[in-house]
Design a protein around this ligand. Structure first.
Ligand SMILES: [Zn+2]
Length: 249
């Protein structure tokens, strides 16, 4: 049996009031948890990283994740009609939310990973995006910058291809204890990356303020809304302590 069907069955007696999935509208007293692998756990705990783990991550009915539900809740406040959107490393539920509203292009460095979500996904390197200045109204890359060796270059590329007034959604995991970003893009050993950064393909753990500064240095305006300041989203079981960065050109 698939993980999805197992969850659906297991959570049958949890159906009811409490949490609501803003993707499929199902309601449960609790959602399914997601825990890090033992290789990743130490770094995530030591650096107190808000990384998408914990209680109430997966909707048992549709398998949406907490980080998808946060982005979708924020997209619901934005008029997407006939907007041109670049969706990087497209997550399934976010992509499905977008496609019937906007003109969506998807891309990734390794497009093969995303063919089952959008068969037209393009190959694109964030260091050198194959799009002209001002091509998009919006760029979405949900939890991608922590994977990118030269994130400053990637951020400036996203800035370049956005229209003036355009919006970027570039959420990242971040530490709530470290005062600096810790990073070493020269480390290419997945085991070492797990040990240091809490995931085998991450190159850093951001300090949030430092990340916001990198965005501002590229020219963006950034408005941060903390988790605590958005109680209306808590019933969607978004990730506790993950705020939202509203990034505009
Ligand atoms: Zn759902």
């Amino acid at each position: 049996m698939s993980q999805h069907r197992r969850l659906k069955r297991k959570f049958k007696d949890q159906l009811g009031n409490g949490l609501v999935c803003n993707v499929c509208k199902a309601s449960y007293r609790s959602f399914a948890p997601r825990y890090p692998s033992k290789n990743d756990r130490d770094a995530l705990e030591k650096n107190k990283v808000i990384a998408g783990y914990g209680e109430n991550v997966y909707c048992p009915n549709c398998m949406s994740t907490a980080r998808e539900r946060l982005v979708i809740a924020m997209l619901e406040k934005i008029d997407l009609q006939s907007k041109k959107i670049l969706h990087l490393s497209p997550e399934e539920k976010v992509y499905q939310y977008l496609i019937d509203k906007a003109n969506v292009v998807t891309a990734d460095l390794n497009p093969g990973f995303y063919k089952n979500i959008d068969h037209k996904v393009m190959q694109a390197d964030l260091n050198k995006l194959p799009y002209a200045v001002g091509s998009f109204d919006m760029v979405i890359g949900n939890h991608i910058m922590e994977h990118v060796p030269d994130d400053r270059k990637a951020i400036s590329e996203i800035y370049r291809i956005l229209k003036t007034g355009g919006v970027a959604i570039l959420q990242v995991p971040f530490s709530i204890s470290n005062s600096e970003t810790i990073e070493d893009p020269s480390i290419k050993d997945p085991k070492k990356q797990s040990e240091l950064f809490g995931q085998k393909d991450h190159v850093r753990i951001y300090n949030l303020e430092n990340y916001i500064n990198r965005l501002k240095t590229a020219g963006f305006s950034v408005q941060y809304s903390s988790y605590e300041s958005m109680p209306e989203l808590h019933s969607f079981a978004v990730q506790p302590h993950e705020g939202f960065l509203y990034i505009t050109k």
